[in-house]
Ligand binder design. Structure first.
Ligand SMILES: *[C@@H]1O[C@H](CO)[C@@H](O)[C@H](O)[C@H]1NC(C)=O
Ligand SMILES: *[C@@H]1O[C@H](CO)[C@@H](O)[C@H](O)[C@H]1NC(C)=O
Ligand SMILES: *[C@@H]1O[C@H](CO)[C@@H](O)[C@H](O)[C@H]1NC(C)=O
Ligand SMILES: *[C@@H]1O[C@H](CO)[C@@H](O)[C@H](O)[C@H]1NC(C)=O
Ligand SMILES: *[C@@H]1O[C@H](CO)[C@@H](O)[C@H](O)[C@H]1NC(C)=O
Ligand SMILES: *[C@@H]1O[C@H](CO)[C@@H](O)[C@H](O)[C@H]1NC(C)=O
Ligand SMILES: *[C@@H]1O[C@H](CO)[C@@H](O)[C@H](O)[C@H]1NC(C)=O
Ligand SMILES: *[C@@H]1O[C@H](CO)[C@@H](O)[C@H](O)[C@H]1NC(C)=O
Ligand SMILES: *[C@@H]1O[C@H](CO)[C@@H](O)[C@H](O)[C@H]1NC(C)=O
Ligand SMILES: *[C@@H]1O[C@H](CO)[C@@H](O)[C@H](O)[C@H]1NC(C)=O
Length: 561
C-alpha cells in the first residue's frame, strides 16, 4: 500500500522504505554550553521566521546520557537581540511539545489549512528573544533512542520495526523515527522535569551568551501552572547554590496562560464554571439532575474534593493518581453531555482551532533537515513519546497535587519576579473562575482588597479584557478567548507580554508596576459575553478564526458549519 502510494506520487525511484525514516543530521555545530553539549544549526530564513536579518537556531542540548532536549530559538525582531531579554516558552500537557505554542500561539509563523507557511505579526519575538523547548525528553522533537517504527492507530503507541524498511503491515503514512519510549528517560513529575529544563537553559546560555544579557523570562501554558512555579523556583535555587561552571539565570517574570495550579481549587471550579455561578456566555450545559450529580461528584463525602485533600496531605502516588482518575471522570462529563471543546466552550468537537496543520509541515524532509530533527514530530498523546510522558506523570498523580504552587508564586514575587496569571474566559479546562480562586488563595500583597479590575488598553482601542494587579502580581481575564489565548487574542496577549517583561502595569503600560502600584476598578469582573459566539454546528476545518468578531470565518461565507 505504501509503495503504490509513493509510486503514484512519482517517487518510484526513491529508496521508498528509507524515505519513511528520518536520517540523523550530519551538519550540526557542536559546542559546550556550560557542562552540556549543544548541537545546533542556523535555520534558513524560508523556514518559519522570514523577517529579513532575524536569525533563528534550532538543535539539541544533551542534558543527560540518552536524553536530548530540542530547542528552537528566534532572535527578537524589533529590539537589538544582543540587548533584548530572553524568554523561555513552555507548553503543558504533561507531554505537550512547545512547538504547539510556537505554531499556534505566539511564534513567528503558523501553517494554514492548505499547508502554507504564514507570517505572525503578533509574534512574541517582536519584543523578546524567544526559545521554545520541547520537554521532557521524548516529547515533540526531544528524543531518546531514536528508533524506526510506526504508530499503531488503535493504541497510539509506536511499534518498532526490525530492519531498515517500513513493513507492508504498517498502516499508510504511519512509519517514522521516534523516541524509544524508555520511561526511565522521561520525567514522571513536575519536580523531576525541572533539572533538565534548567540544563537546557544552561546549555543555551553557555552557547549563546549574547542572547541572555538583559534578563530572563519564563512563560508557560496550561500544565505550565505546575511547570512554571516549580521550574522558576528551581532556577532560583540553582542560582543560590551557585555551582561551579553554571550561569546565573536572571529571572524577572513568570507569565502563565490558562494554568493548572491547584487541583483542590480548580477541579471543583468545573462545577462553578458550568453551574454556579456559571460562565459569562449564558451557557448552561446541565439540567438539574446532572448539576446535582456533579455537585455530589465534587463535594460529596469521599468524592473528588475529599480525595484531593487526602492526596495533598498523604502525598502518596497511589492516593494521588486515584484522586486524579476520579476527578478527571467528573471533569469529562462536560465532554460527553455537551460535545463541546473543553478548551473553548463556544466550539463543538472536533474544534479546528488552533489548527494542527503545522504537524505535517514539521514532518516534511525539507523542514526536518532545516531544523536538525532526529525524529518525526508527534503531537500530544497520539504518539509514543508524549504518551509515555503523560503515562509516567500519571503514575505519580502529579496532576492532582497542588505542589505548593500558590506559596511558591508568593515566594517568587517576594524575590522580585513579576507574575502574570491570565485566563481566556471561554476555556472550561483551566477556567477563569478557578483561576480567580487560585489568585485569591495566592493572596499577593494588596491584591485581594486593594486592587480592582481595570480595562486592558491595547493599540486597537478595543477592550479585550480586564486586569487586577497589585505590585508585580497581576490577574487578567481575557474576553472571548479559549485556552490558547494568544491564538484568539494575539494583540492583547502580545501587549500584556510586552508589559510584564518591561516591568510595566499590565492594564495600560504607562506606569511602573512597583510595590505600591494598584489597578483601579471594581473588585469583581462583571462583563457578560453573552451567547452570540456559541456555535451550533461543528466548524468546518477550512474556516479561520476571526480575531475581531470572535467567530469562525468560513470560505463559503457560511456560518461555523
Ligand atoms: C516521518 O518523517 C519521514 C521523513 O521525512 C516521512 O517520510 C514520514 O512520512 C514521517 N512520518 C510521520 C508519521 O509523520
Ligand atoms: C560542571 O562541570 C565541572 C567540571 O567537571 C564540575 O566541577 C561541576 O560540578 C559541574 N557542574 C554541574 C552543575 O554539574
Ligand atoms: C511585529 O514586528 C513586525 C516586524 O518588524 C512588524 O511588521 C509588525 O507590525 C509588528 N507587530 C506589531 C503588533 O507591532
Ligand atoms: C532505559 O534506560 C535506562 C537508563 O539509561 C537503562 O538503564 C535501561 O536499560 C533502559 N531500558 C531499556 C529497556 O532499554
Ligand atoms: C463553587 O461552588 C461551591 C458549591 O456551590 C461554592 O461553595 C463555592 O463558593 C463556589 N466557588 C466559587 C469560586 O464560586
Ligand atoms: C439531564 O441530562 C442528562 C445528560 O444529558 C440526560 O441523560 C437526562 O435524561 C436529563 N434528565 C432530565 C430529567 O432531563
Ligand atoms: C519516578 O521517577 C523516579 C526517578 O526519577 C523514580 O525513582 C520513581 O520510582 C518514579 N516513580 C514511579 C511511581 O514510577
Ligand atoms: C511552600 O513554599 C513556600 C515558599 O517557597 C515554603 O516556604 C514552604 O515551606 C513550602 N511548603 C511546603 C509544604 O513545601
Ligand atoms: C471598560 O470597558 C467596558 C467595555 O468592556 C466599558 O463599558 C467601560 O466603560 C470601560 N470602563 C472604563 C472605566 O473605561
Ligand atoms: C441566548 O441567550 C438569550 C438570553 O440572553 C436566550 O434568550 C437565548 O435563547 C440564548 N440562545 C441560545 C442559543 O442559547
Amino acid at each position: 500500500m505504501l509503495l503504490s502510494k509513493l509510486a503514484a506520487a512519482g517517487a518510484a525511484f526513491l529508496p521508498a522504505a528509507l524515505a519513511q525514516f528520518v536520517p540523523a543530521p550530519t551538519d550540526l555545530t557542536s559546542v559546550l554550553g556550560g557542562n552540556y553539549t549543544v548541537r545546533y544549526k542556523e535555520v534558513p530564513s524560508d523556514i518559519c521566521e522570514t523577517t529579513p536579518n532575524v536569525k533563528s537556531y534550532s538543535g539539541y542540548v544533551d542534558v543527560a546520557p540518552g536524553q536530548h532536549i530540542f530547542f528552537w530559538f528566534f532572535e527578537a525582531r524589533n529590539v537589538d537581540p544582543t540587548t533584548a531579554p530572553l524568554t523561555i516558552w513552555l507548553d503543558g500537557g504533561p507531554g505537550d511539545p512547545s512547538m504547539v505554542g510556537l505554531f499556534s500561539n505566539n511564534g513567528p509563523c503558523w501553517v494554514d489549512y492548505d499547508g502554507n507557511l504564514r507570517y505572525n505579526q503578533y509574534s512574541w519575538n517582536n519584543v523578546s528573544n524567544m526559545i521554545y523547548i520541547d520537554q521532557p525528553a521524548q516529547v515533540g522533537l526531544s528524543y531518546t533512542g531514536p528508533v524506526n517504527g510506526y504508530v499503531d492507530p488503535d493504541t497510539g503507541f509506536t511499534v518498532t520495526v526490525p530492519g531498515e524498511s517500513c513493513p507492508d503491515y504498517a498502516p499508510a503514512d504511519s512509519c517514522g523515527t521516534f523516541s524509544d519510549g524508555n520511561s526511565s528517560l522521561t520525567a514522571n513529575s513536575t519536580e523531576a522535569a525541572a533539572p533538565n529544563v534548567w540544563r537546557t537553559v544552561q546549555g543555551f546560555m553557555g552557547a549563546f551568551p549574547h542572547y541572555a544579557s538583559n534578563g530572563v523570562h519564563l512563560s508557560t501554558l496550561s500544565y505550565g501552572g505546575h511547570y512554571g512555579p516549580i521550574f522558576a523556583a528551581y532556577f532560583q535555587a540553582q542560582n543560590a547554590a551557585n555551582l561551579p561552571g553554571t550561569k546565573h539565570i536572571d529571572l524577572r517574570s513568570l507569565s502563565i496562560t490558562n494554568g493548572w495550579f491547584d487541583p483542590r481549587i480548580q477541579y471543583p471550579a468545573y462545577y462553578n464554571f458550568t453551574v454556579s455561578p456559571g460562565n459569562t456566555y449564558d451557557y448552561h450545559p446541565f439540567n438539574a439532575t446532572t448539576a446535582a450529580q456533579l455537585h455530589n461528584l465534587y463535594y460529596g463525602p469521599g468524592n473528588c474534593v475529599a480525595k484531593l485533600h487526602d492526596c495533598n496531605t498523604r502525598q502518596t502516588n497511589q492516593v494521588c493518581s486515584d484522586a486524579d482518575d476520579f476527578c478527571y471522570a467528573a471533569e469529562s462529563i462536560f465532554d460527553t453531555v455537551t460535545g463541546r471543546d473543553e478548551y473553548d466552550l463556544r466550539q463543538l468537537s472536533p474544534d479546528p482551532f488552533p489548527p494542527t496543520t503545522f504537524v505535517a509541515y514539521l514532518n516534511t524532509p525539507r523542514v526536518q533537515k532545516a531544523i536538525a530533527a532526529y525524529t518525526n514530530f508527534s503531537y500530544a498523546s497520539t504518539n509514543l513519546g508524549a504518551g509515555t510522558t503523560a503515562t509516567a506523570f500519571g503514575t505519580t498523580g502529579d496532576d492532582a497535587r497542588d505542589l505548593n504552587t500558590t506559596a511558591t508564586l508568593r515566594a517568587l514575587l517576594a524575590q522580585g519576579v513579576a507574575v502574570l496569571q491570565l485566563h481566556g474566559d471561554a476555556d472550561y479546562n483551566c477556567n477563569w473562575r478557578g483561576g480567580e480562586a487560585v489568585a485569591r488563595a495566592l493572596d499577593a500583597p494588596g491584591w485581594t482588597t486593594g486592587a480592582g479590575y481595570e480595562n486592558l488598553s491595547t493599540a486597537d482601542g478595543a477592550v479585550h479584557g480586564v486586569v487586577k494587579q497589585a505590585g508585580a502580581y497581576s490577574f487578567a481575564r481575557v474576553y472571548d478567548a479559549g485556552h490558547s489565548v494568544p491564538f484568539y487574542k494575539p494583540l492583547a496577549a502580545l501587549t500584556m507580554f510586552a508589559r510584564v517583561i518591561r516591568g510595566e502595569d499590565i492594564a495600560t503600560g504607562e506606569r511602573r508596576a512597583g510595590a505600591g502600584y494598584r489597578s483601579v476598578g471594581p473588585g469583581r469582573s462583571g462583563y457578560v459575553n453573552g451567547n452570540s459566539t456559541i456555535q451550533g454546528d461543528v466548524t468546518d476545518p477550512r474556516c479561520t478564526y476571526d480575531v475581531r468578531t470572535n467567530v469562525p470565518d468560513c470560505p463559503d461565507g457560511g456560518a461555523g458549519g
